[in-house]
Design a protein around this ligand. Structure first.
Ligand code: DLZ
Length: 168
């Protein structure tokens, strides 16, 4: 399949200077998840988010991401939380169980809390596919997750509506 360019959301980043983000990172397949973290941080900083407004929490594996996201949104205001993980298919169905639980947990937490929780979890057949999506030929999905978090922070605070009303 052909590789694709950076998504429009990464090219046209909203101004992030007034927002605060949490990033939760699974340590399974750490080389990949650290690359996703770098991509996410780079994108947030590029959008004007202050380094002090980015809090990072490490959890053991992707299964713990929803719990980590709940934990990181507790102490103070977060405009969005980004979950980063890498689930690689093995000989058993563990990847299916983990991925399904994590996706459901992240969705549920976002709906219950009102804080956008972004699914930045790779679910790949092998390590090569993961590398291609962590800064390789398919871009960096951590960066894309951060761009989504920025968009959701803007939507959540109603800034988009405000801009439309005043004629941007
Ligand atoms: C146990 C496990 C396995 C086999 N594979 C992965 C994986 O590919 N990616 C990942 O993020 N985590 C994996 N884990 C760990 C689980 O997410 C979790 O940390 C443990 O089951 C403990 O709850």
């Amino acid at each position: 399949m052909a590789s694709r360019d950076a998504s429009p959301s990464i090219v046209n980043l909203p101004d992030g200077s007034s927002y605060t983000f949490g990033i939760v990172v699974a340590q399974w397949n750490a080389a990949i998840t650290n690359a996703l973290l770098e991509g996410a941080k780079q994108t947030l900083l590029q959008a004007g988010v202050s380094e002090t407004n980015i809090e990072v929490l490490y959890v053991p594996g992707s299964f713990e991401l929803p719990w980590g996201a709940r934990q990181i949104m507790k102490p103070g205001k977060k405009d969005a939380v980004i979950c980063l993980g890498c689930i690689i298919q093995g000989e058993t169905k563990h990847d299916d169980y983990i991925a399904t639980a994590v996706a459901a947990g992240i969705m549920q937490l976002g709906l219950m809390s009102g804080v956008p929780v972004i699914f930045g979890v790779l679910t790949t057949n092998d390590e090569q596919q993961a590398q291609e999506r962590a800064g390789g030929t398919h871009g960096n999905k951590g960066s894309e997750a951060a761009a989504t978090a920025l968009q959701m922070a803007v939507i959540r605070t109603g800034d988009t509506l405000t801009k439309k009303r005043i004629g941007y």
